[in-house]
Design a protein around this ligand. Structure first.
Ligand code: PMP
Length: 286
């Protein structure tokens, strides 16, 4: 079955789904995106992802071409047309195609480009890695200063991921001024003496939708949460570590730069938070 892709209101076979070479997303990384996970054919945390999309677009003074209902309809159409049970939906909005290359933004009224596609991930919630955990390397954070805007400038995170793979690890944590900012495509946490510690929100990190949900569930379960930055040494001496994202949910981290975290096995807090997150998010999935 060929995949159906959404481009500016049309549902097209993927080999016919195209945007212009002059699109600002292609030439300037002038685009923002969201990734929504699908479990049992339903969308997780949809409203949260839409709220962040609006925030990213506003931060870049980019028009939002669709209403939330239209985005929802397009998400559902893609789930249905591509027969997605478990997987991801990628959504990208760029500043569109001004018909040429120019650093100046295109004139008001230039239509933003909206592209959406699905990625089937059967068994997404049962990833075997959740039982064994990830090995992480650390690498300097060389990204720009507005990481809270979810832009498609993903070259550095991609380089960091490649470095992790080259060193036999699963992912990298990015470090700035001696403190961990976040993972290449996830938020980073440690657990010490029962307290869940994760960097506070600022321009330095993406405001993860999974992060917001996990911290809410943790607090509701009477767990102690501390939003502050932490060093790599602190992480290596922690009882547990983990990351969160829409595609990995809650993923335990069992080693950092070759040093085992805690016992070196997946710990109870990460395991419990993963269970709670999956259970609660499935309840509110739409
Ligand atoms: N930080 C970065 C840099 C990311 O790319 C992502 C995932 N897109 C996250 C954190 C996690 O965000 P979310 O929980 O909304 O997927």
């Amino acid at each position: 079955m060929t995949r159906t892709v959404y481009v500016n209101g049309e549902y097209l076979p993927e080999d016919q789904a195209m945007v212009s070479v002059f699109d600002r997303g292609f030439l300037m990384a002038d685009a923002v995106y969201e990734v929504v996970s699908v479990l049992d054919g339903k969308l997780l945390d949809f409203a949260g992802h839409m709220a962040r999309l609006t925030r990213s677009l506003d931060a870049l003074s980019m028009d939002d071409p669709l209403t939330e209902d239209e985005y929802l309809e397009a998400h559902r159409q893609l789930v249905q047309r591509n027969g997605i049970t478990d997987g991801l939906i990628y959504l990208q909005v760029s500043r569109g195609n001004p018909g040429d290359r120019d650093f100046v933004y295109p004139p008001k009224g230039t239509r933003p480009t909206v592209v959406m596609f699905t990625q089937a991930k059967p068994g997404l919630a049962d990833a075997p890695a959740a039982k064994t955990g990830w090995q992480i390397i650390s690498i300097e954070d060389l990204r720009w200063g507005r990481r809270d805007i979810k832009t498609v400038q993903l070259l550095y995170p991609s380089m960091a991921k490649m470095e992790a793979k080259a060193r036999g690890a699963d992912d990298a944590w990015l470090v700035e001024d001696g403190k961990v900012t976040e993972g290449t495509s996830n938020n980073a946490y440690i657990v010490k003496d029962g307290r869940i510690i994760t960097r506070e929100l600022s321009h330095d990190i993406l405001h993860g939708i999974t992060r917001a949900a996990v911290l809410r569930f943790a607090r509701e379960a009477q767990m102690q949460v501390e939003e502050r930055s932490f060093t790599l040494a602190e992480a290596q001496a922690a009882d547990e570590a983990f990351v969160t994202s829409a595609s990995s949910f809650v993923m335990p981290v069992v080693g950092i730069d070759g040093t085992p975290v805690g016992s070196g096995a997946v710990g109870p807090v990460a395991t419990r938070l993963r269970e709670i997150y999956l259970e609660e998010s499935r309840k509110t999935a739409i």
